[in-house]
Ligand binder design. Structure first.
Ligand code: ISE
Length: 338
């Protein structure tokens, strides 16, 4: 039987997930959606057989025709919705960040511990990007020897006007925090933020770009440029430098044109096209796992750790150049096996 998925929030990501499930994921169908804007919810399921628009997100979680829930509503609503899913015993894939602050994510971890099972997955889709997966596998196979350094770049074409500087950390850099600890299989222990001269093209008082330096448990360093008003497109880069070589993440390029002695190729518009394949694989794995009673992808603990690192990053914004420690409680037994 197909997994019946209910989607809370049909904004940019929710609508994109509805489309991906309807067109490119096996073993699942969208059975219900809800959004504050009912019109937007209706538009998201246009042409999808058997999908209904519901008015209440908690009603959707409880609905008999919803086996699993995808949470893509505003960040501030994630905690209550995810907790409702855990209480209802339904698998849930929650968009990042799991919650705006670490305390909320910790409450989710505690709820899962009480329930005695992992139901929560967090939408850190880069873990499914073929490029990042290749970097991780190559590192594991010892292709470049022991890792030493990571250079990361996270650029968006533009951010919403008046995005707070903290949003660059909690909304964008948080992907780097997750992918770095996933790639290296170790924890981030400190975060330092530098604030270079801001771009004059940024509206409001957002400090953009930022330079973030992360230290890990074994003493590796990762530098991350976060620049969310880079104008020219969406650009994510990662180079892992090891003792024997380097692993450089390439962009999935369609065509490289050569004409008039010039080489050109397009730059992604935003994360949806850059990570389209990652989102598809993430959703497929979540669906396959849910059908088998298994949690897949980043779990609630990973979601919690990312919010702790992001909170350290936000604190570091106020003291440029000074390292802020990332302090974590021990990882609960429930999250030991993955
Ligand atoms: C956005 O919210 C995302 O999650 C994207 O993946 C990220 O690259 C972007 O910077 C964020 O604003």
């Amino acid at each position: 039987r197909e997994l019946r998925v209910g989607v809370v929030g049909t904004g940019i990501m929710g609508a994109d997930h509805v489309r991906t499930i309807a067109t490119s994921v096996a073993g699942a169908r969208v059975s219900a959606v809800t959004d504050l804007d009912a019109e937007r919810a209706r538009a998201a399921i246009a042409g999808i057989d058997g999908a209904r628009v519901l008015s209440d997100p908690f009603g959707l979680v409880a609905d008999d025709e919803v086996d699993a829930v995808l949470v893509a509503s505003a960040d501030a609503t994630h905690e209550e919705l995810v907790l409702a899913c855990v209480q209802a015993g339904k698998p849930v894939l929650c968009e990042k960040p799991l919650t705006p602050a670490p305390e909320g994510s910790l409450r989710i971890v505690e709820a899962e511990e009480k329930a005695g099972r992992r139901l929560v997955s967090v939408g850190f889709m880069r873990r499914y990007d073929p490029g990042y997966v290749d970097v991780k596998e190559s590192l594991r196979e010892g292709v470049v020897g022991a890792p030493l350094l990571l250079h990361c770049v996270h650029r968006n074409a533009s951010s919403r006007p008046n995005t707070p500087s903290s949003g660059l950390i909690t909304g964008s850099a948080v992907h780097e925090f997750d992918v770095i600890r996933w790639l290296l299989d170790e924890e981030i222990t400190q975060v330092t933020v530098f604030r270079p001269r801001p771009s004059s093209l940024v509206v409001g008082d957002t400090t953009d770009p930022l330079l973030v330096l992360l230290g890990t448990a074994s003493g590796l360093l990762a530098d991350v440029e976060v620049f969310v008003n880079a104008q020219y497109g969406y650009d994510v880069r990662c180079e892992l430098v090891g003792e024997l070589g380097s692993l450089y993440l390439d962009e999935p390029v369609q065509v490289r044109r050569r004409a008039e002695r010039t080489r050109t190729s397009t730059v992604s518009l935003d994360w949806r096209d850059r990570f389209a394949e990652a989102y598809r694989r993430e959703l497929q794995d979540w669906v396959t796992g849910a059908a088998a009673g298994e949690q897949r992808g980043a779990d609630a603990w990973d979601g919690y750790v990312a919010t702790v690192a992001a909170a350290a990053g936000v604190a570091a914004l106020d003291k440029p150049g000074i390292p802020v420690p990332v302090e974590l409680p021990p990882r609960p037994e429930l999250y030991a096996t993955r």
